[in-house]
Design a protein around this ligand. Structure first.
Ligand SMILES: [Zn+2]
Length: 252
């Protein structure tokens, strides 16, 4: 039986045929790996801690005809701090979901793994979770070739003036001249444009220091959501969880 080791982060876990679990990992060596873990529902399972979502582990898999099988491993970082904070946990779940849904098995992208690990480490150390999550999402879409055009007008290629808009159909920011015919657009302030460029280019571990005023947060949240829906073709379930928590915080 062929086996392979990998360093991976558990993204999602689902019940599967009794005490088994179907787990989606993102690994440094193999990209997304979907594997079955046996006996996880039984007491004392040695695999239970490895499949817990948002856990970084050294893993061993056995190759299967349809699905690989998790055989053993060792937890490297369970990111306890981010689990104890509801907002950090919600945004970490958002990061896990977009990674699980936007990537394909068998296509290793070590940069995605590094961003994922750096994001969880930043959330675990108390960085502003929304900044980390949006930075991760923008960088992931950039690596997948569908990142929003932010450096110049996506319509005509000229530099953006003071009036910039986001157009999902145009694939990014557009100028006032290109606004007619660009479909449903969203106004984006020049401060937000600068922040979006920082979020998509700064290494994740530096994003914790980026300060983002409330109006820019509203614009970035909306832009990232619309870009994911239009260019990745799905709506994140965890986005609703995140919004519920933010609404509860706002009314405190
Ligand atoms: Zn233009």
């Amino acid at each position: 039986m062929r086996t392979f080791p990998a360093t991976g982060i558990s993204l999602t876990v689902k019940k599967y045929r009794g005490t088994q679990r179907l787990v989606v990992f993102y690994t440094r060596e193999r990209g997304k790996v979907e594997a079955v873990a046996q006996g996880v529902g039984k007491p004392g399972s040695k695999l239970a801690s490895l499949v817990e979502p948002l856990t970084l582990s050294h893993l061993f898999f056995a190759c299967g005809r349809e699905l690989d099988r998790l055989t053993e491993g060792q937890v490297h970082n369970p990111f306890y701090n981010l689990r104890s904070d509801l907002r950090s946990f919600a945004y970490a779940s958002y990061i896990a979901e977009i990674t699980a849904r936007a990537t394909e098995p068998g296509l290793p992208m070590p940069g995605v793994f590094d961003d994922l690990q750096a994001s969880l480490e930043a959330l675990d150390s108390g960085a502003r979770p929304q900044i980390i999550a949006w930075g991760f999402a923008l960088r992931l879409m950039e690596r997948l070739g569908v990142g929003p055009v932010l450096e110049h007008c996506a319509g005509c290629g000229r530099p953006l003036g003071a009036d910039a808009y986001y157009s999902p159909a145009a694939g990014g920011l557009i100028c006032a001249d290109c606004r007619p015919g660009a479909g449903a657009v969203q106004a984006v302030s020049s401060g937000t444009v600068a922040l979006l460029r920082s979020l998509s280019t700064f290494p994740i571990d530096r994003l914790g220091r980026v300060s983002c005023p409330a109006n820019s947060q509203t614009q970035i949240r909306e832009l990232v959501r619309r870009h994911i829906e239009y260019h990745l073709g799905f709506r994140l379930q965890s986005d609703r969880f995140v919004r519920e928590i933010e609404d509860a915080n706002a009314s405190d």
